[in-house]
Design a protein around this ligand. Sequence first.
Ligand code: SF4
Length: 417
Amino acid sequence: MKFYVDYFGCRTNQAEMQEWIVDLETSGYQLTHDSTEAGFGILNTCSVTERAEKDIFKFLNKVFVNSNTPWIIVGCTVSKEKNKLQERYKNYFFFDNTEKLHLVDFIKEKFPVEEDNIIYHSSYKSRIFLKIHDGCNFRCSYCIVPFLRGKARSLPAAEIIHKARYFGSLGYKEIVLTGVNLSSYGYDLFPRENLLNLVKQLCKIRSIDFIRLSTLDPRYLRYEFVKELSYTRKIAGSFHFSFQSGSNSVLQRMKRGSKVFEYHKILELFRDFFPGANLGTDLLIGFPGETDREFQETLEFFRDSSLNYAHVFPFSPREGTRAALMEQAPVNIVQKRVKELKEINRGKKIEYRERFLDKTLEGILTEEDPNYSLVVTTNYLSVRVPPVMGYKKKKVKVRIKRVVNENMCEGIIVKKR
Ligand code: SF4
């Protein structure tokens, strides 16, 4: 039985999707990239912003009209709008964030395979995203996630190591640890576990070359963590923080529980222990009540800091959050501010890539194509190289020859493994 997948939203959604694919493939189901030949489709959804939710309904309207393939709809939009979805898409199946634990069992019952002793391995992606944490106990005033994904919960380390070993045996060389609040990993477990110990244990898995961390919450970042992390041989040199703003008064209204001087200390720490690392942050612009002065504080914080990039998001109110009840900033002002920050961001990204001209970096070959191949380096640069075949997912060394734009470099492979 062939199946098709798609997902919207965060890395945690991507990680969930990758795991369902591996579970189904090891049970005799075959992934197809052509939805017309699929016996069923799986869609992992996102409702973090109004725009994200609109995209889900747009996608479903299209597939509902154009094909008879039964779809299984999963995740945050189901947790938020199940009734509406069930009314509109009658013969589809819906699993919210609690029910999704039973997704694979449901599929095996509803869409049984004749020969379940066949194992397919499509290598959907070349780097594997591994979800180790879900839910959140914080209540940032703009965020709907805790209401959709529930309380914080971590996967026991033994289970994570078992999964990582298995992914290593499938040929994956890079694992990206993801979660709704990765930094709080293990705090809910008894006995308590933590992210640093987990990384150290994962480093012992010989088949895995790189371990990358997804977004880090500044409230958990301490000297010991950064120092010890730098001693682990396989940690990838890119770190992304959820700073959100460079203005203390905005951070206070966001209920982030952090101050800008703490961000400077964190950046100093990472610069000390990871000098060449690619450091980035999320920045939420146009938060209710954001004044020109507050925006300027964020702009100067980002511009003058050692950050190398930012994901800049315009604020969008989410029903059910405190921030949605606050007076909203005019859309045109928000758009102008986002544009200004994105311009600075573009300059920073190019400047960071130019530092590696004629330097050799390690990475994973993620795409093979007759025209070119693509490498993602340990410090998270995308590098286009002349076409090579048979090295997908493999570790390579690449020399940077040219910065094409803020998102792409060109280079040559100097070593394959
Ligand atoms: S830490 Fe804040 S922004 Fe992040 S998921 Fe939790 S409530 Fe949302």
